[in-house]
Design a protein around this ligand. Structure first.
Ligand code: AMP
Length: 286
């Protein structure tokens, strides 16, 4: 496994592979790698000739007052995990100053989708995500790029970006990896105290409660929302709920009636200073 730090070198390496007829599979991450990340790398390995993972804590997607400074950075562990997995050929590990050189002025805004759900609580976040993902796709030149359902809104925004800009890449969305108690794996779980960690799966349980009610035929979004909110309130360590609701799985609009073929149950809530997100797709046809 080779570590590449300069965007220019990464791009030249990728173009060389491409010209030799190789398909590149790409997994962008912010590091503090866990099994969720590794599941994406595994998927990339199974479908491509060359696998590139990137590790970059993108300052542009953190607003002032968010956790950019304390975001877990465990680069040497990450490199060890990737290398011992035997799954990745290259790790792209750029410096912020090479990604955003002086004079950087371009904004990438996937309008509408970026303002809904988490976007309403993290202004500018998805613009930062869209810009870095577009840059990384241009640098790494993948045939396929892998994202987790854990960040469902992000995956919808990137699919839109790829379609709107005719990017020659297939976006692959992989299932959310969970801890045995249901908590979605996340680098931010490292922030949780043991008490908070114990309380954290309540977010997933709240989504599951609504999914079970839907399996029994309930479709009133208001009632389902109330049920999920109550399930979260029952766990007092959740100090604030940004949202927990029912959305159209494509437009991400909040629904009044959960009668579409596929709906998205999604929530974002805080335990202390830690913001957790999770989601479930419910297929009403099954
Ligand atoms: P991050 O490092 O948090 O930016 O995540 C990098 C990629 O890993 C994103 O596409 C995430 O959606 C994905 N990811 C994060 N957590 C999980 C998980 N628990 N299961 C599957 N994919 C995940």
């Amino acid at each position: 496994m080779e570590t590449v730090r300069l965007p220019r070198v990464m791009q030249e390496t990728a173009l060389m592979g491409k010209r030799a007829g190789k398909a590149i599979g790409f997994v962008p991450t912010m590091g503090a790698l866990h099994e969720g990340h590794l599941s994406l790398v595994k998927a990339a390995r199974s479908e491509n000739d060359i696998v590139v993972a990137s590790i970059f804590v993108n300052p542009a997607q953190f607003a002032a007052g968010e956790d950019f400074d304390r975001y877990p950075r465990t680069v040497s562990d990450d490199l060890e995990k990737l290398s011992s997995s035997g799954l990745a050929d290259f790790v792209f590990l750029p410096e912020a100053q090479n990604i955003y050189p002086p004079g950087f002025a371009t904004r990438v805004d996937v309008a509408g989708l970026s303002e809904r759900m988490c976007g309403a609580f993290r202004p500018g976040h998805f613009q930062g995500v869209a810009a870095i993902v577009l840059k990384l796709l241009n640098i790494v030149q993948p045939a396929r790029a892998y994202f987790g359902q854990k960040d469902y809104q992000q995956s919808v925004i990137i699919k839109r970006l790829v379609k709107d800009l005719n990017l020659p890449v297939e976006v692959v969305v992989c299932p959310t990896m969970r801890e045995p108690d249901g908590l979605a794996m996340s680098s931010r779980n490292a922030y949780l105290s043991p008490r908070q960690r114990k309380a954290a799966p309540a977010l997933y349980r709240a989504l599951q409660a609504a999914a079970s009610a839907m399996a029994e035929g309930r479709r009133d979004a208001g009632g389902l929302r109330a049920l999920m909110r109550q399930a979260l309130r029952d766990e007092p360590l959740f100090s604030a709920v940004d949202y927990i609701s029912i959305f159209d799985a494509e437009t991400l609009e909040e629904l009044e009636n959960a009668d579409r073929n596929v709906v998205l149950l999604a929530g974002a809530a805080r335990i202390g200073a830690t913001r957790l997100i999770d989601n479930l797709l419910v297929n009403n046809l099954k």
